[in-house]
Structure formats: structure tokens, C-alpha cells
Write a protein that binds this ligand. Structure first.
Ligand SMILES: Cc1cc2nc3c(=O)[nH]c(=O)nc-3n(C[C@H](O)[C@H](O)[C@H](O)COP(=O)(O)OP(=O)(O)OC[C@H]3O[C@@H](n4cnc5c(N)ncnc54)[C@H](O)[C@@H]3O)c2cc1C
Length: 386
């Protein structure tokens, strides 16, 4: 490649999705990846593309819905370009209702469906005992109320990452692995290069999409785009019978069936584990009994393996999208926390528009790096402890 116009730090789902859209806009794009392409959080996640609450109107909820609307076409596009099938499944999520607060929230969702989304086709449905048995007979009959989130889809993480890589290469994007960037070089308030161990890489514009490690690239990023790792552990199960077709959620615990009979059991949210991608006995001891209570036949399932990944957490639950103040020519697309897979298509569309002088169709101000931080929009407090 001739010298790149745009240098991207990080080949996760966010860096690669942005690279794809920028490459398609005719820009010469090089992605610098510290390790192997797509092997961090984007590989470790559960692959639930979550439409989210219909009752919420805040900017993040709107972005999430817009991204979900883009998903089927996005997957079809990268599958056609790469020949890799990311296994998009459209069965939706069965969210078990286990207390009065959840029942009230379900009523609000159904109210929002009627008042604002009546033209959208099937989005959510209340399932009481008979309906729940019919749709998901493997769920214990101790549960008799659920919301079926029909707009949720799932993809298989390693496959979407391979498909994205193939699509990027087809669009002329250059991906350079084993290339850790150690810092951002500035002359005054303009970025003039990226420092690597053995060289400096220069472009006209820069995009920081290094997931949980993004704020390590410059001391000022701790203030402008503070990202902290939130560890999530997953247990991979295998069962001879196909017990579930849908994602099933009980509070923070979820089961995600895959086409080959395997099933993910997730996940913890650990804010104090730092950068240690370990799996722990404590996490398994919390997750497994809930899974067995929800789907009793899982007691015979085989534990295939466990893994952990680091979600890029932000201060207020919203990603950082936009120009980085005081770092002219540099942009951020990071801090997507629990929803990076879900938000990848819309992130890529908005960032590519903004970086090429267009007008993004959503206002990026609520996501601006260096913004004043309010409380999280998503109320992410209930956790499964490690
Ligand atoms: C257990 C778990 C379950 C999840 N489930 C879901 C889900 O169901 N749905 C959903 O939407 N999201 C889910 N997520 C969240 C989602 O995985 C993340 O939000 C998303 O992967 C973030 O993508 P990213 O590209 O920003 O980060 P990453 O995938 O972590 O990619 C960042 C990349 O940057 C590279 N990098 C970092 N620093 C440097 C450097 N200095 N130089 C060069 N390269 C660098 C890293 O090596 C890495 O490859 C889950 C996450 C976990 C851990």
C-alpha cells in the first residue's frame, strides 16, 4: 500500500467495522493490531445483538436500535465479501420475569410497543405459562412469565470477526498484526504519528479503537476517554439434545444456544479484575446453579471450556465516538462496554461519515470524548459477582 491516509489502532469488531466503511469510502486504511486480529473482547463475547428497551428514548438506546436495524444487511454484506457465515440466528431472547419490578418494566415495554412501535412488526411478546412451555419447553415450569424479545438476534463471535477481516481485505484495508502502538505522537495540538517499538507510523488521520487498552496510549486519554476493563467469564457447555433455540436470560445470567449443539453460559461483570483474563471457581459457582434452575436438563451437559474477556467499560456506559479534543486529526471509537458487537454497524457508519467530512445521521455530542460524565443511562448495577 502507498502510505496510508488513516491509521487505526486495534483490530476488534469496532476497529475493523470502521476500517471497512472508511475503505469503502476510498480511503487508504491501515489497521495496527497488537496481537492477532479479533482475539480480544470481540472474540470472547456472547454475540447477542440486543435491540434493548423500547421504553427508552436516550441517545444510546436510539443508536442501539439503529444498529440492530442495520445488522441483517451488514452480516449479509460481510458474508458475501468473505465467504464466512457469521451464523446470524433470529429466534430472539426469552427474558424470564422473576419479580414485581421486572413485571412492571415488562408492562412499560408493552406500553411503548403499542404507542411507538406498532408498525415495526414483531418486537416483543409476553409469554405466560402456556406460551412459555410451547416456545421453550426445556425451561423449568417454576417459571411462568417472560418477555420474548423477538428483535434480538445472535451471531457467532469468531465467525463475525473472520468475516469482517475478509470484507476489510476485499475493500483494500491493510491489517498489520503483532504491531503494538505504544503512544500517540503530537506536535502542538496535532497528532503526527503513532510510536511503535521499531518505527513511527504516520497518516493524515488516526482512529483509536483499542478496546480496554485505549486510554493507555496517552496520559491525557485517562481524562478524555477513560476506558476500564470489565471482565466477563463464559462457560461453554455441550448437550447431545438441542435444548434451546432462543437466548434465555435470568437477570444477568444468560444461555446462548449455538447451531452445533453447544451453548454459552454467561456472564460475570467484574469491575476490579484489572487486565487479568482468568476464569475463576467463584464465577462458575454462581453461574451454574442458576443455569440448572432455569433449564434442569443442563445438569447432564458437558463443560467444554471456560474463558474470560475484557469489556471496554466507559464512565457513563456510553461509548466515546468523535474527535479527541487537543489531538487534532485523531478520533475515538471505543468504550462500547457490553454492546460492542451490537453497536459496531452504526459506529462504523457514523465514524466513517464524520472522518470523511460528511454529516453523521446522529448527533455525536452525547458521545464526545472529554464530555462531562453523568450517571450511566443503562442502569448497569445488578451484577453477578465473581
Ligand atoms: C463475556 C463477554 C460477553 C459479551 N457479550 C456481548 C454481547 O452479547 N453483545 C454485544 O454486543 N457485546 C458483548 N460484549 C461486549 C463486546 O464484546 C465489546 O463491547 C466489543 O468486543 C468491543 O470491541 P472493541 O473492538 O472495542 O474491543 P476489542 O475486541 O477488545 O478489540 C480491541 C483491539 O485493540 C487491540 N489493541 C489494544 N491496544 C492496542 C495497541 N496499543 N496497539 C495495537 N493494538 C491494540 C487489542 O489487541 C484488540 O484486538 C461482551 C463482552 C464480553 C467480555
Amino acid at each position: 500500500m502507498k502510505s496510508p491516509e488513516i491509521l487505526i489502532v486495534g483490530a476488534g469488531v469496532i476497529g475493523l467495522s470502521c476500517a471497512l466503511r472508511l475503505g469503502q469510502r476510498g480511503r487508504r486504511v491501515r489497521v495496527l493490531e497488537r496481537g492477532e486480529c479479533g482475539r480480544e473482547s470481540s472474540w470472547a463475547g456472547a454475540g447477542i445483538i440486543e435491540y434493548g428497551s423500547l421504553a427508552r428514548l436516550d441517545p444510546l438506546a436510539q443508536l442501539r436500535r439503529a444498529s440492530c436495524e442495520l445488522y441483517p444487511a451488514f452480516i449479509a454484506e460481510i458474508q458475501a465479501a468473505s465467504g464466512v457465515d457469521p451464523e446470524l440466528d433470529r429466534e430472539g431472547t426469552i427474558d424470564l420475569i422473576t419479580d414485581a419490578n421486572q413485571a412492571k418494566a415488562a408492562d412499560r415495554e408493552l406500553g411503548a410497543l403499542k404507542s411507538r412501535f406498532s408498525n415495526r412488526g414483531p418486537l416483543i411478546e409476553r409469554l405466560t405459562q402456556g406460551g412459555l412451555r410451547r416456545v421453550a419447553p426445556a425451561i423449568s415450569d417454576a417459571f411462568d412469565d417472560a418477555l420474548w424479545l423477538r428483535a434480538d438476534v445472535t451471531v457467532r463471535n469468531p465467525r463475525i470477526m473472520r468475516a469482517l477481516r475478509g470484507a476489510c481485505e476485499a475493500a483494500g484495508v491493510e491489517i498489520v498484526e503483532q504491531s503494538p502502538v505504544s503512544s500517540v505522537l503530537r506536535d502542538g495540538d496535532r497528532v503526527v504519528g503513532l510510536q511503535l517499538a521499531d518505527r513511527v507510523e504516520r497518516g493524515e488521520q488516526y482512529l483509536i479503537s483499542g478496546g480496554s487498552w485505549s486510554s493507555q496510549l496517552d496520559p491525557e486519554f485517562e481524562r478524555l476517554l477513560p476506558v476500564h476493563p470489565v471482565r466477563g467469564q463464559i462457560i461453554l457447555l455441550e448437550e447431545r439434545r438441542q435444548l434451546l433455540r432462543h437466548v434465555v436470560r435470568h437477570g444477568r445470567m444468560y444461555l446462548v444456544p449455538r447451531r452445533d449443539g453447544r451453548m454459552l453460559l454467561g456472564s460475570t461483570e467484574e469491575h476490579d479484575a484489572g487486565f487479568e483474563k482468568r476464569t475463576t471457581l467463584g464465577a462458575a459457582a454462581r453461574l451454574m446453579p442458576i443455569a440448572e434452575r432455569v433449564v434442569p436438563s443442563l445438569r447432564d451437559a458437558t463443560i467444554v471450556t471456560t474463558w474470560a474477556g475484557l469489556r471496554p467499560g466507559s464512565k457513563d456506559g456510553k461509548p466515546y465516538l468523535g474527535p479527541i479534543p487537543g489531538f487534532g486529526g485523531a478520533w475515538a471509537a471505543t468504550g462500547h462496554y457490553r454492546s460492542g458487537l451490537t453497536l459496531a454497524p452504526i459506529t462504523a457508519e457514523l465514524i466513517a461519515a464524520a472522518m470523511t467530512g460528511g454529516t453523521p445521521r446522529f448527533d455525536l455530542a452525547p458521545f464526545a470524548p472529554g464530555r462531562r460524565f453523568g450517571p450511566p443511562d443503562e442502569g448497569d448495577t445488578g451484577e453477578i459477582a465473581p
